[in-house]
Design a protein around this ligand. Structure first.
Ligand SMILES: *Cc1c(COP(=O)(O)O)cnc(C)c1O
Length: 385
């Protein structure tokens, strides 16, 4: 059986919620599963954090849609600039372009692989000097589940009075200084795509500061209908709400989120232990106790000098021949052909990681023996090369 990077894994409770939706004829993009899934999510994000008690969640059809709605609510429009982490999946940046705005990419720092706070501050000052205007928002990402340096980033954002959108698509259950990722920005966004920590087959959520903000997100996600007996529109809306069927899957998944998180973290600990002291391989672990990654995927960096010129691609091909899926780290957005024209503030960190890093399988389907086999095979590649 093939070992995947991260494969959807059901609890067995999903079918019950889906059957209820059919029995009650709630086969629409609203209903009891959507409401209950949103409540489950807000309870999960705020548990143990009384200061977050006003926080509410709006369930939508994808993580990309969630980011788009956050930008819409922040008033991002044609001609604006929006700061975005360069080292990420394209879905962090694409919604900026949907709004006719320009992404301005910021490179990473080496501890977390996320947005470099010092570079962020410099970039904002430089945009201000060059364009006479401040960027409209900052999209920061917790890549592979590793929390970004949120204290520093929020302090810089506050100094310049720029709102933060927190792309926590890969970071459900990750914590920074004891607080859940997705709850730090003006808006947080989550993804429940098939390969993420939990799945609704496809789906996402906007984490909102309060019920008013949640209502606004739902308003834009349901075609921006004014409260009239007929269809009246004063704003451009979207068809982004989550289906009540998908939300049923989400409710089932919430019953095993804690066990998924534990498995991802246990697997990461095993990779870290097995790679410890192996020349040329560095496991990407929490840089300090302030960071508590969900380890959505386990990631390593390979030093070609110490491994006889070993590259991530050589390892990927070898693992693929054994039916094990692995993948090079994200290619930075500032080097993507589609974003060639976008301003970028770079320091070499994400390019370095892209050329040397590899994602390894994780999740409930991956056994300890799988992890041992994968690490042995990678070390074998190094000896051969
Ligand atoms: C998956 C992902 C998204 C988009 O989520 P979808 O639900 O697939 O639209 C956004 N950002 C990051 C970093 C992701 O990994």
């Amino acid at each position: 059986m093939k070992i995947h990077l991260c494969l959807a894994h059901m609890s067995g409770n999903e079918q019950r919620y889906i059957s209820e939706a059919f029995a009650d004829n709630w086969v629409v993009p609203l209903g009891p599963n959507v409401d209950a899934f949103e409540d489950d999510l807000s309870r999960f994000l705020t548990s143990g954090a009384p200061d977050l008690s006003a926080l509410r969640v709006a369930a939508v059809c994808s993580g990309t849609a969630a980011i788009h709605l956050a930008l819409v609510m922040l008033g991002v429009a044609a001609g604006d600039e929006v700061i975005c982490q360069s080292f990420t999946f394209a879905a962090s940046a694409n919604p900026i372009v949907y709004q006719g705005a320009t992404p301005v990419f910021i490179d990473s720092e080496p501890d977390t692989w996320n947005m470099d706070p010092a570079l962020l501050d410099k970039a904002i000052a430089d945009r201000m000097a060059k364009t006479g205007r401040l960027p409209k928002a900052i999209v920061v990402v917790h890549l592979y589940g590793m929390p970004a340096k949120m204290d520093e980033i929020l302090a810089i954002a506050a100094k310049w009075r720029i709102p933060v959108v927190e792309d926590a698509a890969e970071a459900l259950g990750s914590k920074y200084k004891g607080r859940q990722c997705g709850t730090f920005g003006r808006f947080g966004t989550l993804s429940f795509n098939g390969n993420k920590m939990i799945t609704t087959s496809g789906g996402g959520a906007v984490v909102c500061p309060d019920e008013d903000a949640r209502r606004l997100a739902v308003f834009y996600a349901t075609q921006a209908r004014e409260p009239r007996p007929y269809y009246e529109h004063e704003k451009i809306g979207f068809n982004y709400r989550l289906s009540n069927i998908s939300a049923g899957i989400g409710r089932g998944q919430m019953t095993i989120l804690d066990s998924h998180l534990k498995r991802h973290r246990d697997i990461a600990a095993l990779y870290a232990e097995l790679f410890n002291d192996v020349e040329g391989f560095t496991f990407h672990g929490n840089p300090s106790p302030d960071f508590d990654s969900n380890f959505w995927l386990s990631t390593i960096v390979i030093d070609p000098q110490l491994t006889g010129g070993l590259t991530p691609e050589k390892v990927r091909l070898h693992l693929a021949s054994l039916e094990v899926e692995s993948r090079q780290l994200w290619k930075p957005m500032h080097s993507q052909p589609v974003f060639e024209q976008a301003p970028a503030y770079v320091n070499g960190v994400s390019s370095h990681l892209f050329s040397r890093g590899l994602c390894l399988p994780s999740g409930p389907w991956v056994t300890d023996d799988d992890v041992r086999m994968i690490v042995n095979e990678i070390i074998k590649c190094s000896r051969k090369s």
